[in-house]
Design a binder for this molecule. Structure first.
Ligand code: BGC
Length: 449
C-alpha cells in the first residue's frame, strides 16, 4: 500500500500514471554529497549483498489469499489482478540463479501464509516443502536466505475474521509461525515476522479521501462476499482501524517471534519497518511528532529483537505545518516522490540511534522506467551507506528491492522496481543495466564505490 505520490497502494491510479510523472529525465538523482569521502572496504566482511521479492508480488495464483479476493471484486482499488504475477512459484530456481549470477550472497523472499494455512489450522505439507526447497536452493547456491513470514497478504479466512483488528490475530499468527518454523527454520539465515506493519500509519495522512472511500467500498464488498462482518487486510484497511491494529500487530510480532525462537533460539528474528528519512525544516517542525506517530511504538517493541529491518524509499521534510512537497526541480520517481539518494543512510542512522539495534536493510529501491536513474541511485545511496557504516552504524546487509519487476499492489504491473525486467507472456527475465552496476559494487564488496 503506497501513498498517493510514492506509496499509494489504493486507487488514484489514473492520475498517478499521468505522463509527466513517468517521463524520463536526463539529469542525475538528487544525492546529497557526503561530508566525508568514504574509504574503500568499509562494509563488514560478512555483509550481505542481496535482492528482495515478496510472495504475492512474484509467485502468481495466490488464490486463497485476502488480496486475491480484493483484486477480483467490484469495486476494487486494484488496477488489475495479480494473476500469474511473474510465475516465481514455478520459476524460483531461475530467480535464485539470477541472484547468484549477480554475485550476490543473499536473497530475501516471503512465505505465503495463505498457501501454508489455507483454512484455519489446516497446514499444507506440500507448500511447506515448497518453501523448504527454496531455502535449500539458496543454500546450494551460497545464498543466505532472509525469510519474511508475512509480507502483507494473509489467508482469506484471517482477513474475514477482521485481520489485525481481531484480538485473536496474534494467536493465529503465532500458530502459523510455529508450524512454519518447525519445517523451515533450520535453513533460514534471518527471519522477519511482519513486513511494514506501520505502513497504514504512514498512509493515514497521505491518501486523499477518494482513496479511503474506494478502499472502504472494496472491503465492504469483501465482507459481503465472505458473509462476514468485517474484512481487513494488512495493507488495505479503513482509517478507523489503524489505531486498533497497532497493539494487536505488536502483540502478533512478539508472539510470532517467540514461536520462531522456541523452535530455533539462535535464529536472528526481527521486524521490517517502513522508514522515511524524516527531516526537520525551520522552527517548531512537526518532524519529531511524526516520528513518534509512525514508528514510536514499533521502535520500542523492536528493542528486544535481534536486529531491525529498515525499508526506505524516500525522505520527508516537515515544517511547523506538516510535510512539505518535493523541492522545486527535484527529480521524481514513478510515484511522484523526490529521488533523494541520502535517504537510506539517514533512515538507517536514525533507526540505529533510536533502538541501539544492528540494522538489516530489508528493502531499498526506485520505481522508475529510467534504469539509468536506478543505477545512479544505487551507487549514490550505497556511498552514503558506506559513510554511515564508517561512522560506526552496524549494518548487516542490503537487500535491493527488487530482483524482478513485479506486481506493485494497486498499481498492478505499471510501476517497476526490478533489476530484471520480465516478459509477462513468456516469463523470460532479462537483466537491466542497473543489475550490472549493483553486481559490480557487490562483487567488489563496495570497493568500486
Ligand atoms: C513493500 C513492497 C513494495 C515496495 C515498493 C514496500 O513498501 O514492502 O511490497 O513493492 O515497498 O513500493
Amino acid at each position: 500500500m503506497k501513498r498517493i505520490d510514492r506509496r499509494t497502494l489504493i486507487g488514484g491510479t489514473a492520475a498517478l500514471l499521468a505522463a509527466p510523472l513517468f517521463a524520463a529525465r536526463s539529469s542525475t538523482p538528487g544525492a546529497t554529497p557526503s561530508a566525508t569521502t568514504p574509504a574503500k572496504g568499509a562494509f563488514p566482511k560478512d555483509f550481505l549483498w542481496g535482492a528482495a521479492t515478496a510472495g504475492h508480488q512474484v509467485e502468481g495464483n495466490n488464490v486463497t489469499s485476502d488480496l486475491w479476493l480484493l483484486e477480483h471484486l467490484t469495486p476494487t482499488v486494484f488496477k488489475e489482478p495479480s494473476g500469474d504475477a511473474v510465475n516465481s512459484f514455478e520459476l524460483w530456481p531461475q530467480d535464485l540463479d539470477l541472484v547468484r549470477a549477480l554475485g550476490l550472497n543473499s536473497y530475501r523472499f516471503s512465505l505465503e501464509w495463505a498457501r501454508i494455512e489455507p483454512e484455519p489450522g489446516q497446514f499444507s505439507l506440500a507448500m511447506l516443502d515448497h518453501y523448504r526447497a527454496m531455502i535449500d536452493g539458496c543454500r546450494q547456491r551460497g545464498l543466505t536466505p532472509l525469510v519474511t513470514f508475512n509480507h502483507f497478504t494473509a489467508p482469506r479466512w484471517f482477513a474475514a475474521q477482521g485481520g489485525w483488528t481481531n484480538s485473536q490475530a496474534p494467536d493465529h499468527f503465532a500458530r502459523y509461525c510455529e508450524r512454519a518454523a518447525r519445517h523451515l527454520a533450520a535453513g533460514i539465515g534471518y527471519a522477519t515476522t511482519l513486513n511494514e506493519p506501520n505502513l497504514m500509519r504512514l498512509l493515514r495522512r497521505m491518501l486523499p479521501p477518494a482513496v479511503w472511500d474506494l478502499g472502504r467500498a472494496t472491503l465492504d464488498a469483501a465482507a459481503r462476499a465472505c458473509g462476514t462482518a468485517k474484512f481487513v487486510a494488512a495493507n488495505v484497511s479503513n482509517l478507523e482501524d489503524i489505531d486498533t491494529m497497532l497493539p494487536i500487530m505488536i502483540a502478533g510480532h512478539k508472539a510470532g517471534r517467540a514461536a520462531i525462537k522456541a523452535v530455533r533460539p539462535d535464529l536472528p528474528v526481527g521486524v521490517s519497518l517502513a522508514m522515511l528519512d524524516d527531516q526537520a525544516v525551520g522552527a517548531d517542525s512537526l518532524r519529531d511528532a511524526r516520528r513518534e506517530e509512525l514508528y514510536g511504538a514499533w521502535l520500542e517493541a523492536a528493542r528486544s529483537d535481534d536486529f531491525l529491518g529498515v525499508q526506505n524509499y524516500e525522505r520527508a521534510r516537515y515544517d511547523a505545518q506538516g510535510r512539505l512537497p518535493p523541492p522545486a526541480g527535484a527529480e521524481l520517481n514513478a510515484m511522484g516522490s523526490e529521488i533523494y539518494a541520502a535517504s537510506l543512510a539517514n533512515a538507517v542512522r536514525y533507526a540505529h540511534t533510536a533502538t541501539g539495534l544492528p540494522i538489516m536493510i530489508t528493502e531499498h529501491g526506485l520505481g522508475t522506467d529510467n534504469d539509468a536513474l536506478r543505477a545512479q541511485f544505487i551507487t549514490a545511496a550505497l556511498r552514503e551507506l558506506q559513510a554511515a557504516i564508517q561512522d560506526g552504524v552496524p549494518v548487516k546487509g542490503y537487500m535491493h528491492w527488487s530482483l524482478l519487476d513485479n506486481f506493485e499492489w494497486i498499481f498492478g504491473y505499471d510501476v517497476r522496481f526490478g533489476l530484471h525486467e520480465v516478459d509477462r507472456a513468456t516469463f523470460a527475465r532479462t537483466p537491466k543495466p542497473s543489475a550490472a552496476v549493483y553486481s559490480a559494487i557487490a562483487r567488489s564488496h563496495g570497493g568500486s564505490l
